[in-house]
Design a protein around this ligand. Structure first.
Ligand code: UDP
Length: 263
């Protein structure tokens, strides 16, 4: 049993949907959902047809939110914030919140594409290097017959093209929009354009398009189950060091938060 888990009685607020508990991790709202609940909420967003924003929060997102007020405010007003990493799941539990499981963004995107195929929803993939979104779309359409990715766009266009990208997505009227520009750029992009886009479900997906395109391999399941996906990603891509280097700081801040709560 981790330090003081039982002794903690956090003040739990509730998500407007399904009355789910909302965890406060270092001032960031994380919704205490598992995969099935996240999918049920996503289905509701798709039927309600108002623009909604899903954030997949990992430890780096929480650390970035400590110094980036705009990002923190976006995270705290998003329609759904899922616990994307084992680090965030650990932090929620450490602070006494009832988080059952990790909801990895890449897995949620995969399940949403399956749902889209089954229910006739369309999708748009925006972001990653040229060619990646198209390859991801081809692979997912092959995996889920019936899935229609109505458009793709790489993530390296100049900022001056933002309004024409938004207009293009708008014209295609997708039900789901997956944006892969990295944290916090993708969340800021979605937030800025959410109303203009009018897409019922928009979600930042980081490196997921790279995974679905086949260019980046996910860690083997046995490593994921042991919470070591970060080590695999670091070994494959040393540029991930900046992200991994945030983990000790994150853990320390969470420990301090849990200690200060028990005072
Ligand atoms: N990316 C992009 N445009 C940029 C910077 C990044 O499209 O200007 C893409 C990059 O190619 C990658 C994704 O954003 O596909 C970020 O992936 P990463 O795994 O770094 O995301 P994280 O989940 O760590 O934020």
């Amino acid at each position: 049993m981790p330090l003081g888990r039982k002794a903690l009685k956090p003040k739990i607020s509730h998500h407007p949907y399904e009355g789910l508990a909302v965890a406060d991790v270092l001032g960031c709202n994380i919704h205490c959902v598992g995969m099935d609940e996240a999918l049920a909420i996503a289905e509701r967003f798709l039927s309600e047809r108002t623009p909604r924003h899903i954030v997949t929060a990992d430890a780096s997102a929480v650390v970035i939110a400590q110094r980036d007020e705009e990002f923190r405010s976006i995270l705290n007003t998003a329609d759904l914030v899922v616990p994307d990493s084992n680090g965030v799941v650990w932090a929620c539990r450490m602070l006494g919140y009832p988080v059952r499981e990790r909801v990895a963004g890449v897995d949620l995107m995969d399940r949403l594409c399956r749902l889209a195929a089954e229910r006739g929803f369309t999708a748009f993939f925006y972001g990653a290097a040229p060619g990646v979104a198209e390859a991801a779309a081809r692979n997912l359409e092959a995996a889920y017959p019936g899935l229609r990715v109505v458009g793709t766009m790489h993530g390296y266009a100049p900022d001056s093209e933002e309004s024409s990208i938004v207009a293009r997505i708008c014209a295609l009227r997708p039900d789901m929009l997956f944006v892969a520009l990295g944290i916090p750029r993708q969340e800021k992009w979605i937030h800025r354009n959410k109303q203009a886009l009018g897409v019922p479900l928009a979600m930042g997906v980081g490196g997921s398009l790279d995974c679905f395109s086949g260019r980046v391999k996910r860690a083997p399941v046995w490593l994921r189950e042991r919470g070591l996906e970060w080590a695999y990603r670091l070994a494959k891509d040393p540029r991930k060091f900046r992200k991994v280097a945030m983990l000790p700081n994150f853990a320390l801040m969470v420990l301090l938060q849990s200690v200060s709560r028990r005072r």
